[in-house]
Structure formats: C-alpha cells, structure tokens
Ligand binder design. Structure first.
Ligand code: DMJ
Length: 606
C-alpha cells in the first residue's frame, strides 16, 4: 500500500526488491542509467572514506613496480590460484596461533618459549618480549582476543630493571618499543602510546655517553649504562633507533626523543669516512670510527635499513639521510658484491678496507662511471650471512622509491634480484630446504676477478646479450660439491631475512615466483621446525631425517617477522602498503608521516 502511494519515487527512499528492479530496468532501461552511474561513482569515491581510508599523514604514492622488459624471461613455475593463496595465508595464521598459544600456555610472561621442553628463556629483561614482538602480527592477522589480552598485560608493565640487571638497548628498542609503536599506529589504543612513551623515556639515558652514541645496555633502575663485549658501539646499534624515536617524538611532541636519535645521525654526517664506507664499530667516547671493516652483516645490517627508511618515514623530507643511503649503497655495490666462480651466484660479503682509506673518489673513479676494474682496495672474507639477506629487499625498495638515473636504478634492481635469488639457493640447495646461518663462498684465485659490478659493465659493453651476470639463475645444486660454497654455520634459526626480501621483491616487481619460493620455505618450516607446542630452530639444515635435530629455542622474531612476512606474502591484499608504512628492522610497521611546522621549529629540523 505504501509503495502505491509513493509511486516510482519510493525507490529514492528504499532499495527496490530484485523483482521490482528487473521490471524497472526492463521497462525503462535508459532512465536508470544516470542514477546507476551516479551510484557507482558515489560508492567509488566515498567507499574508502566510509571504511576508514588512509589518514592525511599518508602523502605520497610509490612509482609503479620495476619491470625488466629488456631481460629475456626465465622459466617460471606455474603459480597458485587466488584461492590457493588464501588457503596458504590461513595456514600461516594457524602457524602463528600454534606458536603464540604454545608460548602463552607454557612460557608467558617470560620472554621466550623453549618449544621442545616447554621451559622458558629470559634473555631480554624478562618483560615478555614475545608478547611485544607478536602484538602487531596479531592485529594484522585479526586475532583480536589475543591482542586485547596482550594490551592488558602490557598496560600493567613497569620497565624497571631488576637490581644489577641491564636492558640491551638495541634489542629493546627494535623489539619492545618497535612493537608498542607499531601496535599503537595500527590500533590507536592509548595504553600502547602511554607505555611506549614510558619505555622510550626510561631507555633514553642510554644516549648519555660522551659521544652521544648509545651504550650497549642500560639499567632503567639507576640509569647506569654499560658497554658490550666489543667495548665499542656497533654501527647497527648507533643507527637502529631513529625510526622508533622520531616517530615517538611525532606522536608525543617531545623534542628529547628526536634530539638524541638525531645526534647519532649528526655524527655520521660529520664522520670522516671515505665514499660512504661506514665501518662496523665506533668509539662510544669519541664517536669516531674504530675499525676498518665494511659489512652489511651482523654488526651493521639494520643501520643500512634505517637510512632509507628514515627518509621514507618522514615523507622524503630529510634529504641528507637519503644522500647517506645513496653513498653507502653505492659503496656496497662497488666493494662488497661478488659472484662465485662456477655457478655465478651473486652474494654480499664483508671486507677489511685497506688503511688509510684507499678509495678517495678523486683518485679512484667510480666503476659505475668508468666501467673499469678498481684497484684492489679491500680484502673480502667471502662470508655470506643469512642476516645479510635483508639487503635485496632494501635495494629493491630503494630502486622503487629513489629518484635515480635509469642506469643506476637498474643496477640496484639487478643487485636486489640476484642477491634474493642467492638467498633462495642457500635454502633450495639443502636437504631440509631451509637456509644455513652462514656460508663461505668459493672465491676466484684473484679476489677482484669475482667483483660483480665490473662484470656487469663488461656485459653491457659487449651488447647486453642474455641476462646480466649474477641473474642467470642456476638450478639447485645436485650435491655438496657443486654448491660453490661450504656451510660455515649449519643452523637455521627461524630467521626472517630471506622471506622479508621475497616479500619486497614480490611487491616491487609483481613477480609471483617470490611467493612460490616463500611457500616452499614455509612447507619446510612446517615439516622440520614444528614441535608440539611451537616451532624450533634447526641445528643442521643438511640433516633431513624425520627427526632433524632442533634447538630448544623459538626466538620472538619468528612471530614478529618470519610469520608476518609469510602472511603478507601470501595475502593478495597489500595489508601494509609500502607507500604508507615502513617496517622497522624487527618488521614492526611504522606509518609514514610529515613533520608539521610546529615540530620543525621545536625539533630544529631544517
Ligand atoms: C631480528 O631480531 C632483527 O631483524 C635484527 O635486526 C637482526 N636480525 C634478527 C632476526 O634474524
């Protein structure tokens, strides 16, 4: 009756039934077309806003993915369907639930679970590091019950170290503070901000050294600090707090967070190093370099990340940092990238740079410019660490985001691809399908013959036939003898770096082969690392018997990073878009933001 009274205009007030819709469209199809188009337009425009679209902080777009149209295609295995990927992402979610539940039932509130015995490990202040590290993964995976329970636990935390106890600064920043900040950015729960501010303030006196470089560890009870076993500040320790402290400064408005973190950056701008070769150890008193080792491995790794990611996080406004990244990455490509003699595997190693700094740019023209083989200026070790497998992802992100000349962009993108493939080979070659922690690469009789860049230059000069050196993708080795390397540390410590790079490679190139490789690795983890109550590190990646020996350890980064990167890799939707977030070195996403004018004044940002 009501509809009769309202006539045709009734459909402006209520949605027609299916039958009514058909008869309307069938009767007067053209009259409805403008309304229909208008409706689609409104949904398209307002949909994201209604669903809670990106905040104003997110201000730039990434350029489109890098493709290499000039490279001949390689054989790629067929890739799974959208539905398969959905199922695979569910399986990773199940793996996360299995490990967190195991921790929760057997080890909470200690730091980490011993996944064989059900005992505990307390190596990170005993503040429950697994909860902090797992927090944002829970949010991303939609595990709200675990998340809420964890926030309640965190809200009651105090962060005063026990008498005589010291909190390791680097680990506490990247795991606990990084976890809090990321979970706050995702959920906007004020308790997380309050606790991040509390922890940030309590750790801040670690910077109260003569130079301003952070001490290795701090007692939050007395503010006393102490050095690590090297007696120096590692480069990774100096430059792996700026994402966290600068974001904390942004959300609290407190200048001291910015100033202390920026002081370390200042020391790097002023450091008298040649060609962006920042050594691995720094004198905590003087703030000067204290060795001659150039590396992207253990002592230096995340410092490289924090250069590019700081620039990205603050909306590309701090250009001095970008310049540092460009210098350092150029030096890495020139000095640390080698290929092996038989399989031509591209790898990154560390090197003792000869004293005094031999690569004065005026004396030795850059190989990128000249294409010549440089005079040997360093002694490479040939060591290739699993930890260094973050580098391909970083180079790919740089190639994507930096405004580089085309020839350099392609070098960065190729280096990324070749290195990521070598990381993959170190998994594919072993009996378990899991990658060893450290390998020793075979080297040419004359070390410099293995340098990658001169080979690429030669290949270019000879007409670019086929794919560039280091990107020709040899198949998995048939036996140990044909590997072109020996395994130096045989364990697989549930580390994330290879998967991290596969994820960035997938997102920046769009090549699904990286997802497939990630899936193969996940299946190996399921097969060899899963225990009744969690996942355990492997003692020897080349022992594939049903009961491959495992270590009674499940590091918190397995939940923060390894499972998160796998989940992001398999989820079709880009849950953490790379133009809106940077991931800290523990895979905690921090949003990209822009300094306000007030902040610029307050923090003295030029
Ligand atoms: C993680 O704790 C971090 O990624 C750190 O920067 C170095 N590597 C471990 C995991 O391997």
């Amino acid at each position: 009756m009501l509809s009769t009274l309202m006539g045709r205009n009734q459909y402006l007030l209520r949605i027609p039934t299916f039958r009514e819709g058909i008869s309307l469209l069938a009767g007067r199809p053209l009259r409805w077309v403008p309304q229909l188009l208008g409706f689609i337009l409104v949904i398209w425009y307002f949909g994201p806003i209604i669903r809670g679209g990106p905040p104003d902080d997110f201000i730039y777009e990434l350029p489109p993915p890098i493709h290499h149209p000039h490279l001949p295609p390689l054989y790629k295995p067929p890739t799974a369907s959208a539905n398969d990927w959905k199922l695979r992402s569910h399986q990773v979610r199940e793996a996360f639930i299995h490990s967190y539940k195991g921790y929760r039932d057997h080890a909470f509130p200690a730091d980490e679970l011993a996944p064989m015995s059900g005992k505990i490990h307390n190596n990170f202040n005993g503040w429950g590091v697994t909860v902090y590290d797992a927090l944002d993964t829970m949010w991303i995976m939609g595990l709200s019950e675990y998340f809420d329970e964890a926030v309640k636990f965190i809200g009651e935390a105090d962060y005063t170290t026990k008498p005589k106890q010291y909190a390791p600064f680097f680990e506490t920043i990247i795991r606990h503070l990084g976890g809090l900040l990321s979970a706050y950015a995702l959920s906007k729960d004020p308790i997380l901000l309050q606790q991040a501010d509390k922890m940030g303030a309590m750790l801040l006196p670690a910077f109260n050294t003569d130079s301003g470089l952070p001490a290795y560890a701090i007692s939050t009870r007395t503010n006393a600090t102490r050095g690590g076993w090297t007696g120096n500040t590692l480069w990774a320790e100096a430059l792996s707090n700026q994402l966290e402290y600068k974001y904390l400064a942004h959300i609290t408005g407190k200048p001291e967070y910015f100033e202390k973190a920026e002081r370390c950056m200042q020391l790097m701008y002023e450091a008298n190093v040649t060609d962006g070769i920042f050594p691995t150890q720094w004198n905590t008193k003087t703030g000067a370099p204290s060795n001659n080792k150039f590396s992207v491995g253990a002592f230096a790794d995340s410092a490289h990340e924090y250069l590019l990611k700081q620039w990205l996080m603050t909306s590309r406004s701090e250009t001095k940092i970008k310049d540092l990244y460009l210098n350092v990455s150029k030096s890495i490509i020139e000095n640390l990238l080698y290929v092996t003699p038989s399989r031509e595997m591209l790898y990154v190693t560390d090197a003792d740079m000869l004293k005094p700094h031999p690569r004065k740019s005026e004396e030795l023209p850059s190989t990128i410019k000249s294409g010549s083989t440089p005079t040997p200026s360093s002694v490479p070790s040939g060591t290739f660490e699993h930890l260094s497998c973050f580098l391909p992802g970083l180079l790919a992100l740089g190639a994507q985001t930096l405004d580089l000349p085309a020839s350099e962009k392609e070098i960065h993108a190729w280096a990324a691809e070749g290195l990521a493939y070598t990381c993959w080979l170190t998994y594919a070659d072993t009996k378990t399908g899991l990658g060893p922690d450290v390998v020793s690469m075979k080297m040419f009789t004359k070390n410099e013959d293995g340098l990658w860049l001169p080979r690429v230059e030669k290949w270019k000069q000879q007409g670019r036939s086929g794919r560039p050196p280091g990107l020709r993708e040899p198949g998995a080795a048939t036996g140990k003898a044909s590997r072109d390397y020996t395994i130096y540390k045989r364990s697989y410590l549930l580390r994330p770096e290879a998967l991290e790079s596969f994820y960035i490679m997938w997102r920046t190139t769009g090549d699904p082969v990286w997802r497939e490789r990630g899936w193969t690795i996940f299946q190996a983890i399921e097969k060899y690392a899963k225990t009744e109550i969690g996942y355990a590190s492997l003692v020897d990646v080349d022992k594939s018997s049903e009961k491959a020996p495992v270590k009674d350890e499940m590091p918190s980064y397995f939940l923060a990073e390894t499972l998160k990167y796998l989940y992001l890799l398999f989820t079709d939707e880009e849950l953490i878009p790379l133009d809106k977030w940077v991931l800290n070195t523990e895979a905690h996403p921090i949003p990209i933001f822009e300094w306000t004018d007030t902040e610029k004044k307050l923090f003295n940002i030029s």
